[in-house]
Design a protein around this ligand. Structure first.
Ligand code: 5GP
Length: 139
C-alpha cells in the first residue's frame, strides 16, 4: 500500500505546496508544530535518510535550506530546526524520507523541544567506539 506522502505526490490527497520540481516536493506539515512547519521529500519513494541515494539527498537538503532561509526572512522566525527521523524508534511515523523544517520564534513559539540527555561516558569506551564506526564507514 502507498504511504501518505506517495499519495500526496500522486495528487490523490490535497496538500499546501511550498515548492515542487521534478524530484522534490515540499508541503506544509498538517500539524504546524510552529507556524511554517514544512516537510521536504523526494518524489521517488525512499524509506528514510539512510536509504536515500546521495544525489537525491542533496536535492532535498538544498530545498530544505532554501525554505529555512525564506521562512527566517518572511515569518519573523529567529531560528529553525532541521530534522529527519529514521525508524519508528526515532519517531518516524511516515515511512517516506522527509526533512522537517521547523521555524522557531522568540515569542509565540509553542515550545517544541529536543532534549539530549547525557549518559555516563565513563561506561563507554569512546576511542574504541569512534574507531569501530570509522572502520565501518571505510569498508
Ligand atoms: P515523522 O513523524 O515521520 O517524522 O513526520 C511525519 C509528519 O507528517 C508529521 O509531522 C505529521 O504531522 C505529518 N503528516 C502526516 N500526515 C500528513 C498529511 O496527510 N498531510 C500533511 N501535510 N502532513 C502530514
Amino acid at each position: 500500500m502507498k504511504d501518505i506522502f506517495c499519495r500526496i505526490i500522486d495528487g490523490e490527497i490535497p496538500s499546501s505546496k511550498v515548492y515542487e520540481d521534478d524530484d522534490v516536493l515540499a508541503i506544509l506539515d498538517i500539524s504546524q508544530t510552529t507556524k511554517g512547519h514544512t516537510l521536504v521529500m523526494p518524489k521517488k519513494h525512499y524509506d528514510d535518510f539512510l536509504s536515500t541515494p546521495p544525489e537525491t539527498l542533496h536535492k532535498v537538503l538544498d530545498v530544505a535550506q532554501r525554505i529555512g532561509q525564506a521562512e527566517m526572512a518572511i515569518l519573523g522566525a529567529q531560528g529553525v530546526n532541521i530534522l529527519t527521523n529514521v525508524g519508528p524508534v526515532a519517531g518516524q511515523s511516515v515511512i517516506h524520507f522527509h526533512v522537517h523544517v521547523i521555524p522557531r520564534y522568540l515569542s509565540g513559539d509553542p515550545g517544541f523541544q529536543i532534549t539530549m540527555k547525557s549518559q555516563d561516558i565513563a561506561a563507554i569506551d569512546m576511542l574504541s567506539l569512534a574507531e569501530s564506526i570509522k572502520n565501518k564507514m571505510e569498508e
